[in-house]
Ligand binder design. Sequence first.
Ligand code: FAD
Length: 309
Amino acid sequence: MSILVIAEHDNAQLGAATRNAVAAAAAIGGDVHVLVAGSGARAVADQAAQVAGVSKVLLADGASLAEGLAENLAAQVLAAAGGHSHILFAATASGKNVAPRVAAKLDVAQISDIVAVESADTFVRPIYAGNALATVQSADATKVLTVRTTAFDPAAATGGSAAVETVDAVADSGKSQFVGRELAKSDRPELTAATVVVSGGRGMGSAENFKILDPLADKLGAALGASRAAVDAGYAPNDWQVGQTGKIVAPQLYVAIGISGAIQHLAGMKDSKVIVAINKDAEAPIFGVADYGLVADLFQAVPELVQAL
Ligand code: FAD
C-alpha cells in the first residue's frame, strides 16, 4: 500500500499543512509519497524529502504548475496517482479546490475533512458543523481524502531522507489562466498556524474599535481572528473569519472577545486547547465552551488585560 500526499507550497517553501497530511498518511500506514507540483520547486522537494516518514518525493516541475491552477494540478495528481491506494490533500483552500476534481475523474467518493483514521478504509469526519462525528468506510479502490490539519500533529520537518524522483509535468489545460494574486501582508502569525488567536465579534462595535485588540495580540504574539458577524459588518477583513464558513483553528490559546458563541463560530475554534471568553452577557453560549470566562464590558476589560500583561 502506498499513499500519495499532495504538497502545499509557494515554489520556495513547503507549506506547514503538508506535514499534517503526512501525519494522517502515516496513521493509515504504508509507504508515504509526496507529490511536489510546481515551477522551480526543487527546494520544496528537498524539504519534503526531509520530512519524517516520507519514503519518496515525486517532483513535477513545469510552467503549467507555477501558480497552482486547480485544473493543471488535478491533471498532475491523476498522472501520478497510479499505484497509490490513497491520495491525501490538506483541507485548505487549495486542497479543497483540487481534491474533488481528482475524485470525480477517478469516479470515487471524496471523504472530506478527516479528523481521525480508524483503519486503511475507515475514517472519522465531522458533520453538522462539528456537532456530530461520522465514521465512514470506503469501498473505493482509491481513497481520496482531505485532512483537517488541526486534528493531526505535524510530522517532524527533519529526520527523513527520501529520494526525489522527477516526473514529467503535465501540459497546460488551457481551461484557466493565472491573472494575478493579491496577498494580505501581516507581521502577525498566520491564523491557522498561530499558537495564540485573539478574535473579536460584533460586540466590538466598529472597525475603529477593533483596533483595541492590536495591543493585546501584540502582547500575546497572537494572530487576529473574527466572527462572521464582525466580518460582515466590515469590522475585520474576510480572511480573519473563524468558523464553519471561515477558518478552522485549534491554537493553544483562543481569546473570544464580544463573540456570542454561535455553533457556526464554535465549529471553527472549539478544539482550541484553552479558550478564554470576554462577554458582558453571562448567558452567552461562548461561556459553555470557555475554560476561563470573564463577564465584563470588553472596552474596560481589554485595556486592563493589556496593562496587566
Ligand atoms: P453576536 O451573536 O451578535 O454576538 C455579539 C456578542 O458580543 C454578544 O454575546 C454580546 O453580549 C457581546 N457584546 C456586545 N457588546 C459587548 C461589550 N461591550 N463587551 C462585551 N461583550 C459585548 N459565524 C462565524 O463566526 N463564523 C462562521 O464561519 C459562520 N458561518 C456561518 C454559516 C452559516 C450557514 C450560518 C447560517 C451562519 C454562520 N455564522 C458564522 C454566523 C453565526 O450564526 C453568528 O451569527 C455569528 O457567529 C455571530 O457573531 P458574533 O458572536 O460576533 O455576534
